[in-house]
Design a protein around this ligand. Structure first.
Ligand code: COA
Length: 158
């Protein structure tokens, strides 16, 4: 699937164990197999309490992302903040708008929960993706899961 090929993508809130397993399966392909992220890093304690999304192309799950409510705002910010993480789209479905739809839906959920903003840890390879969607880098590059990352912030509006 590439830009221009319009397929009907639907974004669904993960509501049961089976759907969470589908999200974890996408993360396994994208992070563990493709990016060689250790499984012990990918599957962390936040999964049980997080808000998870799945993107479906027809009946096939092709993307996922999650939102974790933070107990305190990131450095330099005030109010309640959430962290977006584990954004993953199968290679076959990238650059066709799936990631944008997932991010928009996470932002909508953050607004619904009256979060002041969203923070995330972006691998350097996806900085442009997040910049185009209103996130700005904060601080210095750091290593996470064996890859250089930047923290990025976006205040919610509305
Ligand atoms: C980052 C990711 C989720 C984006 O998903 P996607 O479905 O390809 O995103 P979209 O199609 O909505 O948007 C793609 C846009 O971002 C740009 N883009 C996507 N990945 C990019 C990258 N690695 N570097 C630079 N630009 C990128 C595309 O050129 C496109 O630009 P446009 O807005 O001008 O059209 C996907 O590339 C992915 O799963 N990457 C591997 C996992 C990862 O690194 N996740 C992020 C960290 S948690």
């Amino acid at each position: 699937m590439s830009n221009g090929q319009s397929r009907q993508i639907s974004i669904v809130t993960v509501a049961n164990e089976g759907e969470l397993l589908q999200a974890l399966a996408i993360r396994e392909v994208v992070f563990i197999e493709e990016q060689h992220v250790p499984e012990s890093f990918d599957r962390d304690a936040n999964d049980s309490g997080a808000f998870h999304l799945l993107a479906f192309d027809g009946g096939h799950a092709v993307g996922t992302g999650r939102l974790v409510l933070l107990s305190k705002p990131p450095m330099g910010e005030t109010g309640s903040w959430a962290q977006a993480s584990r954004m993953a789209v199968l290679q076959s479905h990238r650059t066709a708008g799936v990631g944008s739809k997932l991010l928009e839906a996470l932002e909508e959920e953050a607004r619904r929960r009256r979060m002041a903003g969203i923070t995330l840890h972006a691998p350097l390879s996806s900085i442009d993706f997040y910049k185009k969607r209103g996130y700005h880098p904060v601080g210095a590059v750091f290593q996470e899961a064996g890859m250089p990352h930047l923290e990025m912030h976006k205040k919610t509006s509305g």
